[in-house]
Design a protein around this ligand. Structure first.
Ligand code: SF4
Length: 468
């Protein structure tokens, strides 16, 4: 069924430059508008009319979860950082002056966590394979260059550095020629995740130019497309001029005998509630493709078990499979969104208990950290010691997958790098196997200075390396 009409909404980006043209934004209190304007010099800000008109409850702004999800705010920055940007703007600083202040702040926000820019990029024919990350044996991530933006930006985005014009912070591949060479030489790779940004900001013809060559590679059996368009611009599947072409492309993939999953980034049940969002899922599924749901747990947005239970229940009813609950990553304005691991696990458990077996396909809470995806299994007391029970769901070394390990219980810990081994051990087992573990800067809570964390030894039980 073709649903495109002459009156179908047309996508238009709303940014710091034009958001005050929207009546709802113009009516915001002055201090809220000012805070959006200042913060968006540092953090990427983009939304659109669908999000503004259909997803945000303007009677509840600024607390509304979708407003929090898409509008940058002053409190997402450290106070001193906010003030320094505000100051340079008030002084009428030149573009260069502002850029210098902003760049300093951004570089302290751990722009590429978990070794993305270095440790995950494979080499092919003697040089790095641009626009590709290959961290886990079977699965490869591919970043087509035209898909490195989104229909709206999430304020918590862990790939925010892609969107702020930091040239050395971009992953992108202009064409898949070198990728296909690499895949042919590495038949172990069965899954390709096309990701971004959001690959579905691309015209269907562009997406096809990246995707179709994968269908010539027999060893590639599963194709995933990571996207937020199901939530931020569901018209992409329903009434955009090339929406039907997109569905035909999906059908081509499934007709080839491959599994195609749309990895839908849903952070709140409201994103599933509109007729067009539901029509999008229905149309995707009509092609033989699947829809899966994933998101981090985020303070101010979805840090409530009922929200998750409702999202999973609604997703299951519509045909979207609950897949992952993530822990907020240690990048960007993470201090605004993160929760203690113990609270994140409580939210997961309380939500999980409320839903039927069909929604218990979900995994988590999971940290996508340097060594792999680490699930928090609980915080039991073992031999008189309260610990975190942890387990790799995915790992750089496949031998680590499924292996349980334990960390000292820490009620304030928000990330793997905050944890220390339990039971008097000096190191986690995977640290012995790591040849050169990444040591990335991590902002200390409530601190304006960054510390380059040194490797901890039994003699120096100092802070943990970040993004472990
Ligand atoms: S959709 Fe994904 S890549 Fe885009 S802004 Fe949100 S989290 Fe970032």
């Amino acid at each position: 069924m073709h649903t495109s009409t002459a009156n179908s909404p047309r996508y238009r980006a709303i940014t710091a430059r034009n958001f005050l043209e929207q009546p709802q934004c113009a009516a915001l209190p002055k201090d809220v508008r000012h805070s959006i304007q200042v913060a968006s010099h540092v953090l990427p800000f983009r939304t659109n009319e669908y999000v503004i008109d259909q997803l945000i409850d303007w009677n509840n702004v600024p607390d509304d979860p979708i407003f929090q999800l898409t509008f940058t705010q002053g409190s997402m920055l450290q106070r001193e950082d906010f003030l320094s940007v505000e100051r340079v703007l008030a002084q009428g600083g030149s573009g260069e002056d502002v850029a210098a202040v902003v760049s300093k702040i951004r570089s302290r926000l751990n722009p590429h966590p978990a070794g993305q820019m270095t440790d995950n990029v494979p080499t092919w024919e003697g040089r790095p394979l641009e626009g590709v990350q290959h961290k886990y044996g079977e699965t490869l991530l591919y970043f087509p260059s035209q898909g490195q933006t989104c229909h709206a930006y999430c304020t918590f985005c862990f790939r925010w550095a892609q969107f702020v014009g930091m040239p050395d912070m971009k992953f992108q591949s202009k064409n898949p020629e070198r990728l296909t060479g690499y895949l042919r030489a590495h038949p172990r790779v069965t899954d390709v995740l096309i990701t971004g940004g959001d690959p579905l900001v691309m015209k269907t013809s562009s997406l096809a130019s990246h995707l179709a060559p994968l269908l010539d590679i027999e060893s590639v059996q599963n194709i995933r497309i990571g996207t937020k368009s199901v939530a931020y611009w569901p018209y992409r599947f329903v009434s955009d001029p090339d929406a039907d072409d997109l569905l035909r492309l999906f059908e081509r993939v499934t007709a080839s005998g491959r599994h195609l999953t749309i990895m839908g980034h849903y952070s709140h049940p409201r994103e599933l509630s509109t007729p067009v969002a539901q029509a999008a899922i229905q149309r995707i599924r009509s092609t033989g493709a699947h829809v899966r749901m994933q998101s981090p747990v985020l303070r101010h947005i979805n840090d409530d078990p009922n929200t998750w239970a409702e999202m999973w229940r609604l997703g299951v009813r519509l045909g979207a499979i609950p897949y992952y609950m993530f822990v907020e990553r240690d990048t960007g304005p993470h201090q605004y969104f993160e929760l203690p691991l113990v609270r994140t696990k409580e939210i997961f458990d309380e939500a999980y208990r409320q839903v039927s077996g069909l929604a218990r396909t979900v995994r988590g809470p999971s940290m996508s950290a340097w060594p792999g995806k680490v699930q928090v299994d609980g915080s039991p007391t073992i031999r008189g010691e309260r610990v975190f029970a942890l387990r790799f769901l995915q790992a750089r070394d496949p031998a680590w997958v499924g292996r349980p390990f334990f960390a000292e219980f820490d009620p304030k810990a928000t990330w793997l790098s905050d944890l220390r081994p339990a039971f008097g051990e000096s190191r986690f087992f995977f640290e012995d196997a790591q040849a050169q573990p990444r040591q990335e800067p991590r902002r200390e809570p409530n601190s304006q200075s960054l510390v380059q964390l040194s490797r901890r030894t039994p003699a120096n039980p100092g802070p943990r390396p970040a993004s472990l």
